[in-house]
Design a protein around this ligand. Structure first.
Ligand code: HAM
Length: 524
């Protein structure tokens, strides 16, 4: 049977010349020297076509696309330059700085990561929520001078409203909790995975756009909530093969700082500002930190005392300095005891210097870090019992964490724990003759109806079907040849073993009839 290219070109009058040239250059070929085997077709097919390398299928496709875009100013095809040369403005094909494209292989990794975020959240009984990426700018403006404020992507919309791309999910969550009011029963256990935007200085694992996994508990004042959150992140790490020797959590409580500030009669409204300054301790020289603390009204003596306490790394030492009855110490002790019960005590350590850079935290704060110290914080969170009232709502006890998608991928690369995520399609279905495409589509429909994935080969001359089958990790190749189809059969090749056989369409899911199995000799 002649494999005709007419399917590609017969609606295009400008291709008449091409069509006749193409017919002249293309030698007719038969499906197979052995018509009983549909597979032998593929061993002869490529050789026939490579005799005419200048007339490839892709050049025909270009010709077809030219027809489709004629008079529309679209991209021109390879065979006929457009009659009038138009100035083409070249665009930068890279995404904006700090943002990412997700081609299929990246998308597979992202989906795998998000799937793990979601499964762990559900394992802990959390419900998924989502919010708009675009929010009112006011939601993210806090007075404490946070870095996040300066990194805001904000603008005025066409209705003269100040809006911003969210830099984090917590304010949106607070907004939704206030909106729901008393209609929801507490405690709420919510999780979300969403894109956040921050105009950051780019470093390893820090981007201008990232996805964040958040888990938040609203309505629980006790540290049992913080313990549950850290336990869920540990569960996530373990699933990915990350151990307590790779990663740890630094834990402290902002109440430590609050107690100290009260000791020195520093007003509560300076608390947020002081936390933001202290959070920069790792990035800025100590003198600068002291200067900043002084400029918000902290005395020299208080600064020295503050820095001394912030250098404490053991809970017993903290207890010695602050006293046993102090709430911060009691909270932390309980958290460490719960960590024992839940089996993650080797993952956490007390570190008084952890205060975190967001103004709204009020109690326990924690940060996930890599023990080799190569990366920025992997995740971070804490208690924020007074955020709702800053938006005009009634305060509710709340805590949660944010976990970015970028640092964890860097860590997985470091530890060689990135999964091998090839595309997997169960079946690739291919017709041996353009006229049998409908039959192949029918086979695909039957299989998809049974819940099996099918890559239906759409090209009328499938040159590279075996290569493609291997690229997409197909389990089996189903070939629809005319003589088999007339008998209600299709050819099957199991790609892992090379086993091949013919089988009735409605028996495709059955075991191969062993008497029909044969080994394939030639492939493309
Ligand atoms: P955050 O510490 O600002 O907290 O961010 C949490 C995590 O998001 C970071 O530890 C990091 O993994 C990731 N992340 C942040 N900024 C970037 C960036 N520019 N590029 C890549 N990854 C980034 C919050 O956002 C809080 N709202 C978390 C929270 C939820 N607290 C309570 N509930």
């Amino acid at each position: 049977m002649l494999a005709t290219p007419s399917l590609f070109i017969h609606h295009c009058p400008r291709l008449t010349v091409l069509r006749s040239r193409f017919y002249l250059s293309l030698k007719p070929f038969s499906i197979s020297s052995n018509p009983s085997s549909p597979f032998s077709f593929f061993s002869s097919f490529p050789k026939t076509l490579t005799q005419n390398p200048s007339r490839t299928l892709s050049s025909l496709c270009s010709a077809q696309s030219e027809c489709a875009t004629e008079n529309t100013g679209g991209r021109s095809g390879a065979l006929f330059p457009p009659p009038i040369a138009e100035a083409v403005e070249r665009i930068d094909v890279n995404p904006p700085k700090g943002t990412r494209d997700f081609p299929p292989e990246e998308m597979r990794l992202r989906n795998w990561l998000f799937q793990n975020f979601k499964e762990v959240s559900q394992l802990f009984g959390f419900e998924e929520v989502d919010f708009p990426v675009l929010e009112s700018e006011a939601l993210f403006i806090r007075k404490a001078g946070e870095e996040i404020r300066d990194q805001l992507y904000c603008f005025e919309d066409r209705g003269n409203r100040r809006v911003a791309l969210r830099p984090e999910l917590t304010p949106s969550l607070a907004r939704l909790v206030i909106q729901k009011g008393k209609s929801v029963s507490l405690p709420l256990k919510w999780f979300a995975v969403g894109q956040c935007w921050r105009y950051e200085r780019m470093t390893r694992g820090r981007r201008r756009e990232h996805y964040q996994w958040n888990m938040d508990i609203i309505g629980v004042p006790d540290v049992t909530a913080e313990a549950e959150l850290i336990s869920s992140i540990v569960t996530f790490f373990k699933r990915l093969g990350i151990t307590a020797s790779d990663v740890g959590f630094k834990v402290s409580s902002r109440k430590v700082l609050q107690d100290l500030l009260r000791c020195y009669s520093i007003p509560d409204n300076l608390f947020g500002k002081v936390c933001i300054i202290i959070d920069k301790m790792e990035k800025l020289p100590l003198d600068e930190i002291k200067k900043d603390l002084g400029s918000v009204g902290i005395s020299e003596q208080a600064i020295e005392e503050l820095l001394k306490v912030l250098s404490i790394r053991s809970l017993s030492k903290l207890e010695e300095v602050l006293g046993a009855g102090v709430e911060a110490v009691a909270d932390l002790k309980k958290l460490f005891s719960l960590a024992e019960d839940s089996g993650f005590s080797e993952w956490i350590q007390f570190d008084a210097s952890i205060v975190r850079g967001l103004a709204y935290y009020t109690g326990i704060v924690f940060e996930g870090f890599d023990r080799e110290g190569k990366l920025r914080a992997i995740c971070g969170g804490g208690r924020y019992d007074r955020l709702l009232s800053t938006f005009g709502g009634d305060d509710l006890p709340a805590c949660g964490f944010g976990f970015g998608d970028a640092v964890i991928v860097e860590l997985l690369k470091e530890k060689q724990l990135l999964p091998d995520l090839g595309l997997q399609v169960e079946n690739i279905v291919c017709s041996l003759d353009p006229e049998l495409h409908g039959a192949a589509a029918r086979v695909a429909t039957v299989l998809r109806g049974k819940g099996q994935s099918v890559d239906l080969v759409l090209e009328t001359k499938p040159l590279k079907v075996f290569k493609r089958a291997s690229r997409i990790n197909a389990r089996r190749l189903i070939l629809v040849g005319s003589s088999e189809w007339q008998r209600g059969m299709v050819g099957v090749k199991i790609l892992s073993s090379g086993e091949q056989y013919e089988i009735k369409l409605d028996e495709l899911d059955h075991q191969p009839p062993s008497s029909h199995s044969e080994t394939l000799v030639g492939e493309d």
